[in-house]
Design a protein. Structure first.
Length: 642
């Protein structure tokens, strides 16, 4: 079975940012995993270069459009190359073979009667490259998706009979419940289709930067609508309408997209494919939107995160891990250096890195770096059993692209390893002359690390290769088969010393202040700096604190403490957080339960009287006593306080 995986093709009107890197990392992780397990894999990425938006951006930069597109497209390609993204093809919609394929597809749809000529009257949002009927606009003018002003368009246009595909699309969603991932996004697509589909204008006459209509139509006033052109990249990359050599890779297994372009992929694209009599992709995986410290990223705010800066400062694999672990696939995520640092120090350095360091140290001390797995089953059948059940549970998360759950589950292996070391204390066994038992524990840990790294390879390719080198095996399909599929243990093997993989990080490594600052903001920022000297903070400093609306779901007195209450506060995450607060003199547990509070949500967890506290409540205290700060009206749990 082949596994064809794609990213969206990126518009060439600006440089890659962290959101683009995210989709590309996930797709790369899936592609690498797929190759490791021995599947035929094809991974496509590229750039989307036509349309009014690009034409206008080039004009603003006083460059010929093609030259402008060449330059920006190269910045994407170079970045992916520096990031070692394992794409098999980087397609550009200005590639001649792509244009030929698009024209061919247009011809086929036209010949079938799915495209007809008419007149378009309505509004167009250049930023979203989308037409909107008047009824959908905000205040008769603004784009319902991005809020920008739209322009009124009245022009001759070819239309695709999208309205005729409503029933077939609905039937398809019904029959393929996992077509749209995560499944929670399915309904929004279904409801959109049920709301009625208008025929889609698929050509424009008001600008020229696009694929021309096929010669057979003899109509050179028109160029193709950029989304028709762009979506077709997924098949023109395989040679559709040209040299069709790779078309046997179709249908794609998964198109990764951001939630903002789900509609194009889950409605228009399937309808185009139905019209072309081609099978539909198996999945559309729609991820959420990344913000920075709670703020939408935009050039004008100057708070765009440059993935290269972050990768250089913190390590590329660490960045990949953080992005895939931190945010449930499909949900919006926030990029904060604090959260990133916590993940590095706790998950990577403590859980994984320490285990590796310990095993290197112990194997050196006890057996001159030679490990033999023959006694593992004898002394560690319990751990082997636990390890197997974790490993067996992983595929279901991968199938649904729940990368954060996948990694969370995978990390249980390191707990099993760390527990085994504590319970079996190999250093005691050595002292007691039970060397075979001590070495069995060391071998167990080495096997845990080996198996875990085979399953972590897609997400952290370079790191896992280093772990494999340290443990004396290779990241290869052969070892995947032996250690994961056949559940074997490594035979006798030699440990190689490697430097610690995850040095701890104490402070943010890149400037919190926006990097590329627009001129207009520069003066402002200089003013801010001046103000700093007066003990004022910048807005960025303020946004380092994540404040959220929480609901107290449980409250208890802490015995022996005059001041402390132990609360469970729901801040919209998987489970409530425990907050230990010094408010006992002012509130009873009963009057707190079911009330809303304001929580500082990104404080380093601390221990108070031995109890973990994972947040702080906002309160004001004066000589009259203490009062919690609460929203004036109840707000949705987890809402950010700005
Ligand atoms: N060119 C179209 C896609 C055509 S695919 C046939 C496009 N390009 S884009 O450059 O604007 O966006 C590419 C991808 O980046 C989209 O999936 C979009 O969701 C994603 N992101 C852009 N900003 C983002 C964040 N801030 N966070 C996460 N992803 C975001 O759309």
């Amino acid at each position: 079975m082949s596994n064809y995986i794609t990213t969206p093709i990126y518009y060439v009107n600006g440089e890659a940012h962290i959101g683009h890197a995210y989709t590309t990392f996930i797709a790369d992780a899936i592609a690498r995993h797929s190759r490791l397990i021995g599947e035929e894999t094809y991974f496509l990425t590229g750039t989307d270069e036509h349309g009014q938006k690009i034409e206008e951006s080039a004009a603003k930069n006083s460059k010929p459009t093609q030259e402008f597109a060449d330059e920006i497209s190269a910045t994407f390609k170079n970045l992916w190359d520096e990031f070692n993204i394992s794409y098999d093809q980087f397609i550009r919609t200005t590639d001649e073979h792509h244009k030929r394929g698009v024209q061919k597809a247009f011809e086929v749809m036209y010949a079938k009667g799915d495209i007809y000529k008419g007149h378009y009257e309505g509004n167009y949002c250049v930023s979203c490259e989308t037409f909107f009927p008047k009824t959908q606009l905000i205040d008769d003018e603004f784009c319902p998706d991005c809020g920008r002003s739209t322009s009124t368009v009245k022009e001759e246009s070819y239309f695709f009979k999208l309205s005729e595909y409503e029933d077939r699309l609905l039937a398809y969603y019904e029959a393929h419940p996992d077509f749209i991932l995560p499944k929670s996004r399915r309904n929004e697509v279904i409801n959109f289709v049920k709301g009625g589909l208008h025929d889609l204008s698929v050509t424009r006459t008001s600008f020229t930067w696009g694929v021309k209509l096929p010669k057979s139509l003899n109509d050179d006033k028109h160029v193709m609508y950029v989304w028709l052109d762009a979506l077709l990249n997924y098949i023109t990359a395989l040679g559709y309408g040209d040299d069709e050599a790779k078309m046997d890779l179709w249908p794609a297994n998964i198109h990764f997209v951001g939630k903002d372009i789900l509609r194009f992929h889950a409605i228009y694209w399937p309808a185009f494919l139905m019209s072309l009599d081609l099978p539909l992709p198996k999945h559309i995986g729609a991820h959420g939107w990344w913000t920075r410290d709670g703020e939408k990223m935009s050039k004008s705010k100057g708070n765009v995160i440059h993935p290269k800066d972050v990768a250089e400062a913190y390590g590329l694999d660490n960045l990949r891990y953080f992005m895939m672990r931190e945010v449930p696939f499909g949900q919006d995520g926030d990029f904060s250096q604090r959260a990133f640092i916590d993940r590095i120090n706790s998950d990577l350095s403590n859980d994984l890195g320490n285990l590796l360091n310990r095993i290197i140290g112990m194997s050196g001390k006890y057996s001159e770096y030679i490990i033999d797995s023959k006694d593992v089953e004898k002394y560690h059948s319990k751990e082997l059993q636990q390890m197997k059940s974790v490993l067996d549970s992983l595929d279901k998360y991968l199938d649904e692209i729940q990368m954060h759950r996948y990694l969370e589950e995978l990390w249980k292996l390191f707990s099993i390893g760390n527990r085994a070391i504590e319970e079996h204390a190999p250093w005691v066994k050595i002292k007691n002359g039970q060397k075979d038992q001590a070495l069995a524990t060391v071998a167990l840990i080495a096997n845990i690390l080996a198996k875990a790294s085979l399953r972590l390879h897609g997400v952290m390719p370079e790191t896992t290769k280093k772990i494999a080198t340290a443990l004396g095996f290779e990241m290869s399909s052969r070892y995947y088969k032996e250690l994961i599929l056949d559940d074997e243990l490594l035979n006798t093997f030699t440990i190689e010393k490697v430097p610690p993989l995850f040095p701890r990080v104490d402070e943010p490594l890149i400037a919190e202040a926006p990097k590329a600052m627009p001129k207009a903001d520069k003066q402002e920022s200089e003013n801010q700096e001046q103000k700093n000297e007066d003990n004022l903070i910048t807005i960025d400093k303020f946004f380092e604190t994540s404040l959220k609306i929480g609901l107290v779901v449980e409250a208890q007195e802490v015995a022996k403490s005059k001041k402390l209450l132990k609360l469970q506060v729901d801040v919209g995450e998987d489970k409530p957080r425990q907050v230990v607060a010094g408010i006992k003199e002012f509130y009873s547990p009963d009057e707190l339960v079911d009330t809303q509070v304001c929580v500082v949500a990104n404080l380093k967890p601390a221990k108070l009287m031995g109890m973990l506290s994972e947040g702080m409540l906002l309160a004001a205290k004066d000589s009259d006593g203490l009062s919690l700060i609460r929203p004036e009206k109840p707000k949705k749990i987890g809402t950010d306080i700005k």
